[in-house]
Ligand binder design. Sequence first.
Ligand SMILES: [Zn+2]
Length: 86
Amino acid sequence: MSDLAHELARELLSEKCPCGRRKQSRKTFCSTCYHSLPTTIKYALYLRIGEGYEEAYASAAKHLDCVKKLTEPQQPTLFPREGNHP
Ligand SMILES: [Zn+2]
């Protein structure tokens, strides 16, 4: 199993959607995210890992902003406060 497949399997079993909402274990996304996907991708997400699921997930990620954010490095948004200077 590839690292990606491993990661996807772990995510599939978790109860947290990349958007932060709760989802059911063994479902890829929460119902809100899932229903925002095109029908073809919804069906493709029923494929098994190694049999097309990775591609389905990648397609879904393009439609869901929350998934993109998960894969991008997080930028620190805090600026040093002026009071910190000696
Ligand atoms: Zn979601």
